[in-house]
Design a protein around this ligand. Structure first.
Ligand SMILES: NC(=O)c1ccc[n+]([C@@H]2O[C@H](COP(=O)([O-])OP(=O)(O)OC[C@H]3O[C@@H](n4cnc5c(N)ncnc54)[C@H](O)[C@@H]3O)[C@@H](O)[C@H]2O)c1
Length: 392
């Protein structure tokens, strides 16, 4: 039985608590921590966590809990590294919410602490644990789409003006960035999982609808891969309807989430024939539909993966190195936008954007943060974007 502490009992903690509660034979929540302890008390009562002790700081919790196995970090990003490193040093496994940390320097410190402790460090990327993305990756890995030429990644979200009124959101210092960091991280993780790491990044960012926030609410980036392929990625919190998608174009077929396979065939003059390559489309559809459905999805799927990695002493699907890759691409988007240049990867340790506070020092303040709400009223679990598994 693995003992779990949740640190940060706000919005996303619902998804984590509900996930652990699915695996009552394998783990139990023994501690809840929040700088507003009444929020931890509320979760304790709401979920009937009678065994859980409530603390006002993770330091106090780590000093007091003697048989803790997992620290689950659900705080704002600027304290992810400090809490994760303290927990690893105290001999605990860590599951940390996205984005992994506030800088690449902090990511490397977390990876070093994981190596020194020999414990598991896993970073939340719950979209990998959806049938839509899992099966798209299976279809891609089948090679039936051919050589990859282009990907279109629409990380389209919508957030109202008051979203950025929460105290830690909307500032470079505490949120670490805007939608590129905090929303598109899911799709950036997915595309780097599927296509690998690009060699160059160019981008622009702006703020078009949230004049109460320092950070961007819209960015557009292009990734170039060593193969010559391109990814075009839009990160946004101004898209009504949140029509999120990933479309991958191979030289033999197009595949996507939401799922669609399409294979054009050339006529003698190079124009597309009226009839597609129906055999290839059928093969791709077969790979997609015959890939077994995931037993557990989203946060619950990733918590199952974490528990398995501990039980079997194996690496989790999304470890510290994977978590850092997403942050490196996001940092490259910020660096390119701010310096108005094409950024070559990787970003080295001597780069000002590598260091903690580097992006904060160099980023434009689109607007002044004009309000600071301590807490919004408790609404329960929040929506986590488009459900691309519908209809599968
Ligand atoms: N995976 C997803 O889809 C998803 C969705 C939303 C948020 N998130 C991430 O989850 C994290 C939290 O976001 P949220 O929306 O739940 O925010 P939130 O403000 O609702 O919750 C964060 C909680 O952490 C507490 N806290 C702050 N500093 C703390 C500290 N030092 N020690 C202990 N508690 C502390 C706050 O009081 C608050 O209750 C962020 O990293 C965010 O990016 C992930």
């Amino acid at each position: 039985m693995l003992n779990v502490a949740i640190v940060g009992t706000g919005n996303i903690s619902h998804n984590h608590i509900q996930g652990y509660l699915q695996f009552g034979q394998r783990c139990r929540i023994v501690a809840l921590v929040d700088i507003y302890p009444e929020k931890a008390e509320e979760k304790k009562a709401r979920y009937g966590l009678t065994e859980a002790r409530v603390y006002a700081s993770h330091q106090l919790m780590l000093e007091s809990e003697r048989s803790l196995d997992i620290v689950d970090v659900c705080t704002p990003p600027y304290v992810h590294a400090e809490i994760s490193i303290d927990a690893l040093r105290a001999g605990c496994h860590v599951l940390c919410e996205k984005p992994m940390a506030a800088s690449l320097e902090e990511c490397d410190a977390m990876i070093a602490a994981q190596k020194a402790s020999g414990k598991t460090l896993a970073i939340i990327a719950q979209n990998r644990f959806t049938d839509a993305f899992w099966r798209l990756k299976a279809a891609l890995d089948s090679g039936l789409a051919g050589k990859i030429c282009h990907a279109q990644v629409d990380s389209f979200w919508w957030r109202g003006h008051c979203y950025y009124d929460l105290w830690w959101r909307g500032t470079w210092e505490k949120e670490g960035g805007g939608c590129t960091l905090n929303h598109a991280v899911h799709h950036i993780d997915a595309i780097q999982w599927m296509l690998g790491f690009p060699s160059e990044v160019v981008a622009m960012m702006t703020n078009v609808a949230h004049d109460n926030a320092e950070v961007e609410d819209l960015s557009a980036a292009i990734f170039k891969y060593p193969s010559g392929a391109l990814t075009q990625l839009t990160a946004s919190v101004v898209h009504h309807g949140e029509d999120q998608k990933i479309i991958i174009q191979g030289d033999k077929a197009r595949i996507s989430a939401p799922w669609q396979a399409f294979a054009s065939v050339s006529a003698d003059n190079g124009f597309p024939q009226e009839t597609n390559d129906l055999t290839r489309e059928a093969q791709l559809n077969a790979v997609f539909h015959e890939t077994p459905k995931l037993a557990w999805t989203l946060h619950t799927g990733q918590i199952d993966d974490l528990l398995q990695s501990i039980e079997r002493d194996a690496a989790p699907l999304v470890d510290g190195v994977q978590g850092k890759r997403s942050l490196e691409l996001i940092t490259a988007i910020y660096k390119s936008s701010i310096t108005r240049s094409v950024v070559t990867l990787p970003i080295g340790r001597d780069d000002p954007f590598y260091r903690t506070g580097g992006t904060n020092a160099l980023a434009p303040r689109f607007y002044e943060k004009s309000a600071s709400v301590a807490n919004f009223s408790e609404v329960g679990a929040i929506p986590l974007g488009k459900d691309l598994d519908r209809g599968i």
